[in-house]
Write a protein that binds this ligand. Structure first.
Ligand SMILES: *Cc1c(COP(=O)(O)O)cnc(C)c1O
Length: 229
């Protein structure tokens, strides 16, 4: 999780960890209950290595193909890396996703549940998942309808997939607070402990509203120069 006595300090990481500590303190939560996923989409292995050297091990990617090109070499050097799939997942990439990732945050439809369940059985690899919710009811955004959460949860479980929480990306340019609060309420109602919410611009608010997994890219690596899916 979050490394504090790192031999090779990476200052943006230290800064974010201290902001997490502070937000957690305000909400009377333990900082160790909040996982910081370093979102490394579009970043090269050379950009990622300093974070690994500082002791960080949780990373997130949004494209299977890109992750396949980067992570096998890094995993060979750091076997305890934990890799999270945070982007929309096509069912025909389910096999590769199950091979490479340790968590999937974008489970959002019956066909994907079916494809992932089949691959997990075939590969004998159990990958815990978050159900992604289209919390702002936006067209063309990943995630299931709010109303579909109980049904999808049942389907995933009866297919043998462990669902550990809910994930969402609130609408751009809107106050994220009501969306974070709604996602937290949906998770509570569903009896789920995990909440994957909060990015560079709003992770402190997400922590105060109960996030267990924040997904932070630009605040750790700087602005992205190449577009990411
Ligand atoms: C890119 C991305 C992030 C990280 O965004 P930043 O604003 O760079 O912190 C988080 N979650 C998802 C799903 C993403 O695609």
């Amino acid at each position: 999780m979050i490394e504090r006595d790192s031999p090779l300090a990476y200052s943006p990481l230290e800064e974010i960890c201290s902001k997490i500590d502070k937000a957690a303190g305000i909400a009377d939560r333990k900082p160790s209950d909040i996982a910081l996923i370093a979102v490394s989409k579009t970043r090269s292995g050379d950009e990622i290595r300093p974070l690994l050297e500082s002791g960080h091990r949780l990373f997130g990617e949004n494209r299977v193909q890109e992750a396949m090109e980067k992570w096998p070499a890094l995993k060979a050097d750091y076997p305890d890396i934990e890799l999270h799939m945070i982007g929309q997942l096509q069912s025909n990439k389910a096999g590769e996703a199950v091979t490479l990732f340790d968590y999937i945050h974008s489970l959002d439809r019956p066909s994907l549940i079916k494809a992932l369940a089949k691959e997990m059985k075939r590969q004998e690899r159990h990958i815990p998942c978050f159900l992604q919710v289209n919390i702002g009811e936006e067209q063309q955004k990943g995630g299931c309808d709010i109303k579909a959460v109980p049904d999808l949860l049942d389907q995933a479980r009866s297919s043998g997939i462990e669902v550990v929480g809910l994930m969402a990306v609130p609408p751009d340019n809107a106050n994220p607070v009501p969306y974070f609060a709604l996602l937290a309420k949906l998770a509570r109602e569903a009896g789920l402990d995990g909440l994957s919410m909060g990015m560079s611009g709003d992770f402190e608010k997400a922590v105060k509203l109960g996030s267990t997994h924040i997904r932070v890219g630009t605040a750790l690596f700087g602005p992205r120069t190449t577009p990411a899916g």
